[in-house]
Design a protein around this ligand. Structure first.
Ligand SMILES: Cc1ncc(COP(=O)(O)O)c(C=O)c1O
Length: 406
């Protein structure tokens, strides 16, 4: 067979498509005896398999013709209605069904936002660190990223204001700010209420959109105010995205966007060309799971499991502590960030030693759009079992010690 040069035929934007480091990692660890502290998978114990069995057969019996059919791009009415009730009960007020569109996971929401709102060279603010999947989705639109560091109170909004003022002085304008205000991935922090209010004020003053990504507000482990930016927003500038991935099942691929209805109409047009609509069947299943209280009980169960696992990880980090290392004490979410003592230490190059020793993590550098964070790593505690977390941290500590002494 004649071969041809595939690379020569690729569109230029392919060079902007970073492959997810996490997915590459999962490939390396496949089939090996490695404790993975890498992904961000929910604990399968939280999957309500028996309850879903009942729902699925009921849907097939009673609504099979509709559930297996094509359906509207914005999502089926039943699910949009249930999502509105669910969000309202959790303090995210949604006006009506015109303000919400169902997406294929919130990853598709990020992709739709990138395609419809970001032009090449637009200024887009991301937290340092930020969610890798958002960085990769936005990168496809070739923006100029601006990184704003986080501390224990979330994004440093005062610093954002300084940067905004400087840019505006140069005649430049920020298009959008992407943030995970509650239970941040990967940092594990929640933005203080004062900063949330300040950010909304800046959005009005400097005329930018806020993309609020909220997959983890169900998983906060200490009493805290989780008022959404969406609810603080008086001028409908917040594009709020969330997902059932961590509170029901990621395999169903159900996410959504709540925004100004004119934006939702644009998102609908974009989604039409991506996949026509999100799986009708998964939407019916999800709608029933919310209506019958299954999602609420998964949240309760999962929160208790993740809180315990978080404590196991923190105890192990304390027990096997490597002098000079710092790690976060997450107030929510599924991750701990760990930093090695010196900036010249590189967790990407240490990873292969770690995998050989039997533990995997995600090098932190991929979460920083400014190329920093090379001496950091992200550790997940939701998926591994409690004894694996303790063992994984023990192995990791000895790998770090030998790396520091090399
Ligand atoms: C902050 C954040 N946003 C979006 C997603 C994507 O979630 P999904 O596409 O499964 O809804 C994730 C998944 O881990 C996440 O952590």
């Amino acid at each position: 067979m004649n071969s041809f040069n595939v690379r020569k035929l690729l569109a230029e934007r392919v060079s902007l498509m970073a492959s997810s480091e996490i997915r590459e990692l999962l490939k390396i660890t496949e089939g090996r005896k490695v404790i993975s502290l890498a992904g961000g998978l929910p604990d399968p114990q939280t999957f309500p398999k028996d309850e879903l069995k009942g729902i699925i057969s009921k849907i097939l019996q009673e609504k099979g013709d509709k559930a297996l059919q094509y359906s509207p791009t914005k999502g089926i009415g039943e699910l949009r209605g249930e999502l509105i009730n669910f969000l309202n009960s959790r303090g995210v007020t949604v006006g009506d069904e015109d303000d919400i569109i169902v997406t294929t996971g919130s990853q598709q929401a990020l992709h739709i936002i990138a395609l419809t709102l970001i032009n090449p060279n637009d200024y887009v603010v991301m937290e340092l660190p930020s969610y890798l999947g958002a960085i990769n989705a936005f990168r496809l639109s070739a923006p100029n990223f601006i990184g704003i560091p986080l501390d224990d109170d979330g994004m440093n909004v005062s610093l954002l204001e300084v940067r905004l003022r400087r840019l505006y002085g140069e005649g430049k304008k920020v298009k959008l700010v992407y943030t995970i205000p509650i239970a941040h991935n990967p940092a594990g922090v929640t933005m203080s209420l004062d900063r949330r209010k300040y950010l909304i004020e800046l959005a009005d003053r400097y005329d930018f959109l806020i993309v609020e990504d909220d997959p983890y507000s169900s998983f906060t482990y200490e009493p805290s105010d989780t008022t959404s930016l969406k609810n603080l927003d008086r001028s409908n500038r917040v594009v709020y995205i969330s997902t059932l991935s961590k509170i029901l099942s990621p395999g169903l691929r159900i996410g959504w966007i709540v925004a100004h209805n004119e934006l939702v109409n644009v998102f609908e047009r974009c989604k039409q060309s991506l996949d026509l609509h999100t799986s009708t069947f998964a939407q019916y299943v999800s709608s029933e799971a919310i209506k019958t209280g299954i999602v609420k009980s998964v949240i309760e169960k999962a929160r208790a499991i993740y809180k315990r696992k978080k404590d196991v990880m923190l105890e192990a980090l304390e027990k096997y502590a490597v002098p000079g290392c710092w790690w976060s004490k997450p107030v929510g979410g599924l991750f701990v960030m760990l930093r090695l003592p010196r900036e010249d230490l590189n967790t990407s190059s240490m990873l292969f030693r770690a995998i050989d020793a039997g533990v995997a993590y995600v090098p932190g550098n991929s979460f920083y759009i400014d190329g920093s964070g090379v001496n950091t790593m992200r550790l997940n505690f939701s998926f591994p079992k409690e004894d694996e977390i303790a063992e994984g941290v023990k192995i990791l500590s000895s790998v770090i010690k030998s790396y520091l002494n090399a």
